[in-house]
Design a protein around this ligand. Structure first.
Ligand code: FES
Length: 146
């Protein structure tokens, strides 16, 4: 099974990290037996779209982002950047919107994409945004490593 626990160690090495809930369902969609969950379908499409040459957007599967009634759900974050939680994503309709938003997030040092440049579906279905944590001072890092 894929390791879903993230210890955050790779956050320092990528500009943006895209968390994708692989257990999400679409509202009113019944899942039968072994049928692939919509969240897992979204993950697969995003991996295909970002496959070539975009190492600075890392895709990480997670099981639940606590937005279950408005799935599918992703969250994007990065060191020193705002975090966004986005819901109501249909894998087949909105994967390109997620990719576009992830690229905008990556391009901004503070992770704040310009509002008018964001895909409309992302604008209308942003569940939350969270400010970045303060970066530890260099002296704090030096002290911690002793
Ligand atoms: S199952 Fe996807 S947010 Fe809970």
């Amino acid at each position: 099974m894929t390791e879903l626990v993230d210890n955050g160690s790779s956050l320092r090495s990528c500009a943006s990290k895209l968390f994708v809930c692989i257990t999400c369902r679409l509202l009113d969609e019944r899942i039968e037996g072994e049928q692939v969950r919509p969240g897992a379908r979204l993950m697969k499409i995003l991996l295909q779209r970002l496959e070539a040459g975009e190492q600075d957007i890392e895709i990480v599967p997670v099981e639940c982002l606590s937005n279950c009634t408005r799935g599918c759900t992703v969250a994007i974050s990065g060191p020193g950047k705002w975090t966004y939680v986005i819901g109501a994503l249909d894998p087949e309709q909105h994967a390109d919107d997620v990719v576009r938003f992830a690229r905008l997030h990556r391009a901004q040092p503070d992770g704040l994409p310009v509002w008018r440049e964001r895909p409309v579906h992302i604008r209308k279905n942003t569940i939350a945004r969270v400010p970045p944590l303060p970066q530890p001072a260099t002296t704090d890092l030096e002290t911690a490593s002793r």
